[in-house]
Ligand binder design. Structure first.
Ligand code: ADP
Ligand code: MG
Length: 248
């Protein structure tokens, strides 16, 4: 039994079958990479895990409970957090506020100004938020407006916003997309450090350097289905994988 078990998930958009009988088993504490050509269905799959999309059929079991038929907020409360392909941050607010907000959004379920003010004045919450910013290397910029950050820093901020919720499962959709090599290596180091805390991770990634640096297991998606799965070193030489990339 894995912490996440996905069985026979299908999802169509009109006539296009974006997911075709997807099966996935993610071991607790592992880093599980999903790779595959553009349009393979990777983001659609993550959207099905976090409740942004509802699969047409199939089952998604996390930590013994179903993630289907519950709201994105309830999925989040069950311990699933996600870093998006395009960072979703509050651009007009300070970095510190950006990290404080998720701490009460998950507790109270609703985003209210009063709750935010309470959280902002709560010493424990502030310290936790500051600790997270320190963890991702942004503490010196805690009073900056988030919208002014570089792309790499926005991604780090979003990671801090996820981690402050103490997730059991972290979903990362192309966390190093658009980053310089130096920023990519910083992100790898950061994700390795996070890994030491035992958070299970699913990472969608194009950069094979990142995949081979982090993943314990790799699933390859093409045309909406998982076509191969294995250890990173086994996947590398799999002819089906090479064909999927060349054909895609
Ligand atoms: P990947 O993340 O692997 O690049 P996606 O999951 O984004 O792939 O897309 C899989 C397929 O589903 C693509 O053909 C894409 O055009 C299509 N698709 C994704 N989202 C939608 C949507 N909301 N409506 C219609 N088609 C979509
Ligand atoms: Mg995608």
């Amino acid at each position: 039994m894995g912490i996440l078990e996905v069985r026979d998930v299908n999802k169509s958009f009109g006539g296009l079958q974006a997911l075709n009988n997807v099966q996935l088993n993610v071991e607790e504490g592992s880093v599980h990479a999903i790779i595959g050509p553009n349009g393979a269905g990777k983001s659609t799959f993550l959207n099905c895990l976090v409740g942004r999309l509802t699969p047409d059929t199939g089952s998604v079991t996390f930590n013994g409970g179903s993630l289907l038929g519950i709201t994105p907020h309830e999925i989040n409360q069950a311990g699933v957090a996600r870093v998006f392909q395009t960072p979703e941050i509050f651009g007009d607010l300070s970095l510190l506020d950006n990290v404080i907000i998720p701490t009460f959004a998950t507790r109270d379920g609703a985003f209210t100004l009063n709750a935010w003010k309470r959280a902002d004045q709560d010493k424990e919450v502030r310290e936790k938020a500051e600790h997270m910013l320190e963890d991702v290397g942004l503490i010196e910029k805690k009073d900056f407006i988030a919208g002014s950050l570089s792309r790499g820093d926005k991604r780090r901020l979003e990671l801090a916003m996820c981690l402050v919720q103490n997730p059991k499962l972290l979903l990362l959709d192309e966390p190093t997309a658009g980053m310089s090599r130096a920023d990519t290596n910083n992100t790898i180091d950061l994700l390795k450090r996070i890994g030491k805390r035992g958070i299970t991770k699913i990472i969608i990634e194009h950069d094979m350097h990142v995949v081979f640096s982090l993943a314990n297991k790799v699933s390859v998606m093409a045309q909406g289905t998982v076509i191969a799965e294995g250890l990173p070193e086994d996947i590398k030489g799999d002819p089906r994988v090479q064909e999927a990339y060349l054909g895609g």
